[in-house]
Write a protein that binds this ligand. Sequence first.
Ligand SMILES: [Zn+2]
Length: 342
Amino acid sequence: MSDEDLRALAKVDLHRHLEGAIRLQTVFELSREAGVPLPADTVEDLARYMLVQSPVESLEDALGAFAITQHAVRTYDAVRRITVEAIEDLAAERVRLAELRFSPHFLCEPGGLHWDGAMEAIVEGREQALAAGHDVVVGFIAIFSRDYGMESAERTVVFALRHRERLVGFDIAGPELGFPPARYARVLEPLRDSGLGLTVHYGESGPPPYPREAVEVLGPARLGHGLSVAWDPDVTSLVRDRAVTLEMCPTSNWLTKGVPTVAEHPAGRLLREGVSVTLNTDDPGLMGIDLTNEFRVARDQLGFTNAELAHATENAIAASFLPADVKAEARARHFGWLDRAS
Ligand SMILES: [Zn+2]
């Protein structure tokens, strides 16, 4: 398949952060509007500070690069705007099923916004984008960031339960080392029968015991990244046997030094070993990528055949937290290429 063919394929993105999907131009404009000082006078110059395009020292450093974008969003209008634009960008990439995740605490912190107001603005943003004719189904996932502490975690769970009709899932993110999964078993308990899907960022920067404990103790349907699942055959077997889906993001994992080179990313190997692997973007705004780019990386550097690209896409449809009827309709309407490729 040519690059143009890859672009034209109907795709699924299960792992994309709303706060990491903001356009550079928009960060620039929103910061100006809000009077937030920027380290640059032009959008081009801002790219040097904001875009992560070569490996950072650690995941924590990459999270630091979020600060500029985070401080740009200070009003409900800004939240609505970034949601509309994120959906426009998904549609432009031919993503037909998408899950956008956000941390209410992180998103609302700089502007002192109310979490419920931000949820309102996000839902309005989706309505506005869909009313403009963008043909993509978008579900939302609420996140708590481990480094905000346990009180924030509890508050985020209560928030997610209050908005369970507007969300499809729940996630834990942020720094991993020193934040073992078992610590969160109790706080996640109320979500168990909520109907919300559970995914957790583990095995992104943490070694294999982290994703192992996450699977054994928290019982998530999916792991965010789950990169280190590949470094221990027992953990690989555990994830395969429990049918846990991995939301893999090759470029992001390389930029945060989860793998020394993109070519060493284990997504292809794990897929061939029977693990439910999917391909996703993580933070396209910060990394200057899109999902077509990740498909290209999978094809050119990870050895994915067309059938394997189709397989990863089938995995993503199956593992998406969107309602089954919605997925079936999108599958029938847009994803004919999966039948031809596999
Ligand atoms: Zn992520």
